[in-house]
Write a protein that binds this ligand. Sequence first.
Ligand SMILES: NC(=O)c1ccc[n+]([C@@H]2O[C@H](COP(=O)([O-])OP(=O)(O)OC[C@H]3O[C@@H](n4cnc5c(N)ncnc54)[C@H](OP(=O)(O)O)[C@@H]3O)[C@@H](O)[C@H]2O)c1
Length: 266
Amino acid sequence: MARKRKGEGQTALVTGASYGIGLDLAECFARDGYSLILTARSADALKDVADKLSAQYKVAVTPVARDLGSPGGGTTLAKEIAAKGLSVDVLVNNAGYGIAGGMADSKAEEQLGMVDLNVRALLELTQIYWPVMLKNRRGGLLNVASTAAFQPGPLMATYYATKAFVLSLSEALWKEAEGAGVHVSCLCPGPTTSRFRERAGTGKTNLSKVGTPMSSMAVAKQGYRGFQKNTRVVITGARNRFLARAVPYLPRKTLLGIVHNMQSPV
Ligand SMILES: NC(=O)c1ccc[n+]([C@@H]2O[C@H](COP(=O)([O-])OP(=O)(O)OC[C@H]3O[C@@H](n4cnc5c(N)ncnc54)[C@H](OP(=O)(O)O)[C@@H]3O)[C@@H](O)[C@H]2O)c1
């Protein structure tokens, strides 16, 4: 008789699953037998991912194209999921974007859009599914923050602040879930190969010249393993871990100067 896979009987909702880290996280869950609900704005890309993963891993995959950044986007998505008769055991809050540049030169809709997607939609979905997880005593939350979460980010201020929110919320919920049979992990990648840089406009900063970005699958695998072990914070890559852990020991003014330099154009 075939051995039962770890995720069989559970469903993971992955946001931002059309490309990048979210797509690879979806694959990690599919490999272990989780059914999937995948969401992002690009309907065609989502359908391609769903077809590939369901064929390769023999799991049910339901794509639902939605703009999570629009007001009430998370609630609309949850209603659509319920209307399909589906439930969610694991919520992977991965959809997000950043925009580089000084505040004075920024567009209000882009700054507020980051808050809407990276913070508000993440919280909206968490509020909907968290009580269900606690009641069922299973599943959990895998939130994607960033190494940006560990310090303020001059020249990318709003993005860094949104990721600090994600890290803070995740660590608090990890504690609230202690002993409840529910896992909470906050995945904090450093620079990673995906479409992120293209949208963020970070391709010409000093930071982009330092080191080689990790592959999105390497990041996803570390995040997935961390979630299975209920690791509170998963920082990908030895260099990123070292730098993030050094932050509390640096004088704040020095730290702000370093990040400002890293985010400055080459
Ligand atoms: N790449 C990096 O260097 C890096 C480093 C640290 C943290 N991160 C974080 O990792 C997460 C994933 O980013 P990524 O690097 O994989 O970037 P990506 O390749 O740009 O993927 C972003 C995903 O989010 C979806 N998305 C964007 N806006 C959306 C919206 N309004 N509604 C619903 N879905 C939306 C995108 O799909 P559609 O365009 O089809 O909507 C896509 O599937 C983000 O939270 C990002 O902040 C990335």
